[in-house]
Design a protein around this ligand. Sequence first.
Ligand SMILES: Nc1ncnc2c1ncn2[C@@H]1O[C@H](COP(=O)(O)OP(=O)(O)OP(=O)(O)O)[C@@H](O)[C@H]1O
Ligand SMILES: [Mg+2]
Length: 362
Amino acid sequence: MIPHDPNRQQIDPRHLVSKGSERELYQLIVGTGYVPDDQNFSDFCESLKSGRAWLISGTRGSGKTAFPEALASACNLSMCVVAGRDGLKQEEILYDWDREEQEVWMRESLTIARELPAEDRAAFLESARKKKWQKEFLILGEVGLAYELAARAADLNTPPPVLLLDESDKFGASIEDSLLMPLERGLIYIPRFDGGFVGIADRSLRPIVITTSNDLRNKLSSPFVSRHVFSSFATPSLEKELEILAARNPHATSSQLALSIKLLDAVRGIAGLEDHPSIRESIDMSSAFNRDSICDLDTRTLRRYLCHFVKSASAQSLLRLQDDYLISSAIAYHPIVDDWLGARDPEWAGKWGLSLSAETLI
Ligand SMILES: Nc1ncnc2c1ncn2[C@@H]1O[C@H](COP(=O)(O)OP(=O)(O)OP(=O)(O)O)[C@@H](O)[C@H]1O
Ligand SMILES: [Mg+2]
């Protein structure tokens, strides 16, 4: 669990959206450098309002994991994380009993019982055996902890934690099944536990659950999927991608932003390339251009940076044949990219002879 910062104010995102302040939440998230897609953000707000978990599917590097991280940081919420992998066990993520401590407890109780008058012994031992199943012997996994924290937060009237179920396509059927009850009821029933369950049934107080999937390893079961509100993260529009690049690399110049986005846009358009560069690669590209003060592109420079966005031998040979096309695309005027940059940077607008927008002139 990544705890919230006790010295910073916490904000309840559910509270914000339920009073109609979605834009405020959007701006808080943007303040962390994460720029959500409008449709995805609207889906997320629906999941908050309904109290349902939010399932995000999408290609690698499209910002699935970064969204809940940005949310937790923007609102200063604690975050519990389960990272999907083969062989994940229910007891790791939900709960387990601390058997060693339970044994020690029973051994100590037996020693005490021996000293007691015979008529008190049976009642004492019966009570000791019951206490073996108390909360102090319960070890909560990240999911159990998130539901427990939400219940505690409800008592204290503080915001609930975020629970990130990352790469859920690697969980496998038994983990998915074990999550059906908490996702539906908000409760984790624990056999023998003297409290019966951990969690909170009230949907408006449950943890904010965000589940991600690359749809690669296993197909998620339909009962698991149906307990979520669903969004698909696609490659954003060029304008949105520019916004993201500028937010992630605030020191990058217009020419570095233009070079990286035009280059990757051209790469994405090449027929025969199986694995297209995602946001992850375009952020890396503009940050490398910024780091190395690159503001022009030639064959040598292009080949130096190819390793950031071409990640197989066959794609490398394919792109090497396209050097000239890629360079000319990266330095040519692009209406969407250059108009967007020109509206924010008068020097850039001057370079391309663009008329400045009213927004810029003010
Ligand atoms: N909308 C966005 N705004 C700002 N940064 C973003 C955005 N989308 C992605 N990123 C950045 O791109 C990188 C990749 O994002 P992330 O790790 O969340 O991708 P992912 O979808 O979880 O990929 P994978 O499936 O490989 O785990 C991160 O550095 C992240 O901050
Ligand atoms: Mg991820």
